[in-house]
Design a protein around this ligand. Structure first.
Ligand SMILES: Cc1ncc(COP(=O)(O)O)c(C=O)c1O
Length: 409
């Protein structure tokens, strides 16, 4: 998006505000589909948790994507967006049997990641085919918080427990129609990913009635110029060859599934905020913005890097700034970052703000969550209103028992 478009959106809808460029989401979807065009049956299920606005889910549906969900609420959002239940996969971790049954009753594909629920579900619903999330014991992912396929991770059923799975399948008569893994986000090395895929192929041979194999996600997007990104085209070509050979060995044309979040929406997103205060100290120049980690937690939570542009003064002389939020704890978006000269009142844009940004936002410090805007075919559409005081108090119950205490003291 052009700076002028972003600035016009900040002027029209106020600050802070999230902006998503639909054309980037579409081009990323096309890029991923193209990389696997030689696979006969490909299914891309968008990971709703990355960005769950209904307008985004409708866009994904229009592209032909299914949805990967982790809560019954995400499933309901998908259904509200018009996605067919058969196009939704439910991949929760540690949720109750009741929630899994509720989602299954809607006609959604269930993916189970522990032996206890597998046995309970299989005993009660032997006719509902389920997918199993395996833990391949591979260490992959950009940092420890998003590496989820290793031996100490709580996710998936260990590949060493395949005999247990087979015993449950035999005893309950249930059908396993898919196997799945998700090793982590921001995978740097496709060879590591391909190794994990080999483990899943080996695992698949234990199950005779599969319809699909879901390889999860974790594709790395670039956060700055020259940054490493997953080479999707190379990965697509290697994986396609291997998958097609595997289908021959297996004796059936299976569906190849992925569930990308970041790859589809990260680069499409911008977070716009206004600079309230410039504070020169003996060590740095702080630019304090009208937001904080309540709206945009990734830098504090994951140490993620987000490029910052001063869209009010994009061609100004560059200076170093530490960009900080208004939360009453350490709340740093960037330290000593080179940005074109910032004046109080300027609007700055954080890039790569599409994935895990709004969806992780909160009302901490009793702040309103920002508005969201979709930039589609040259027009800005408001897709979520900024919250109001009403939203902060809506579910609070005023018990009105303290007034008496005040009267007697
Ligand atoms: C099971 C599962 N699938 C897919 C994703 C999406 O990962 P990414 O955003 O890296 O594509 C996640 C992310 O946490 C996940 O937990």
């Amino acid at each position: 998006m052009e700076n002028e478009n972003l600035l016009a959106i900040a002027n029209e809808f106020g600050s802070p505000v999230y902006v998503y460029d639909s054309s980037k989401i579409i081009s990323q979807y096309d890029r991923l589909s193209d990389a696997f065009k030689k696979v006969k049956r490909l299914k891309l299920n968008y990971a709703v948790k990355a960005l769950s606005n209904i307008a985004i889910l409708k866009l994904m549906n229009s592209l032909g994507a299914g949805l990967d969900t982790v809560s019954v609420q995400e499933v309901e959002l998908g259904l509200k967006a018009g996605v067919k239940p058969s196009n939704i996969v439910f991949t929760p971790n540690g949720v109750s049997l009741e929630e899994i049954e509720e989602v299954s009753a809607l006609g959604v594909q269930i993916n189970i990641d522990n032996l206890s629920i597998l046995e309970q579900f299989g005993t009660k619903h032997p006719n509902v085919p389920v997918c199993i999330r395996m833990n391949p014991h591979v260490m992959a992912g950009g940092n420890s918080k998003i590496s989820v396929g290793h031996i100490d991770s709580k996710f998936g059923i260990s590949i060493h427990q395949i005999p247990h799975i087979l015993r449950i399948v035999e005893n309950t008569g249930m059908r396993i129609n898919g196997i799945h893994m998700h090793t982590g986000s921001d995978i740097l090395d496709i060879e590591v990913f391909l190794r994990a895929c080999e483990i899943l192929f080996e695992t698949a041979m234990n199950f005779k009635n599969l319809d699909f194999i879901d390889f999860g996600s974790g594709f790395k997007v670039p956060y700055k110029l020259g940054d490493i990104e997953t080479n999707i085209e190379e990965f697509g070509s290697k994986m396609t060859k291997r998958f097609n050979t595997f289908c021959k060995e297996y004796g059936k044309e299976l569906t190849l599934g992925f569930e990308p979040g970041k790859f589809l929406v990260s680069e499409a997103g911008y977070f716009l905020a206004q600079v309230n205060v410039i504070k020169q100290t003996t060590s740095t120049v702080f630019a304090g913005i009208d937001s904080g980690f309540n709206h945009f937690i990734r830098p504090m939570f994951y140490n993620s890097h987000h490029e910052i542009i001063n869209i009010s003064n994009p061609n100004g002389r560059e200076r170093f700034y530490s960009v900080v939020g208004y939360i009453c704890e350490t709340d740093t978006f960037a330290t000593n970052r080179r940005v074109s000269e910032i004046n109080e009142g300027d609007t700055i844009a954080f890039k790569n703000a599409g994935a895990y940004c709004f969806s992780m936002s909160s009302n901490y410090n009793s702040r309103y969550r920002p508005a969201e805007v979709l930039w589609h075919e040259g027009k800005a559409h408001l897709i979520r209103k900024r919250e109001t005081f009403e939203d902060l108090t809506r579910n609070q119950v005023d018990i009105d028992v303290f007034s008496k205490v005040a009267e007697t003291t």
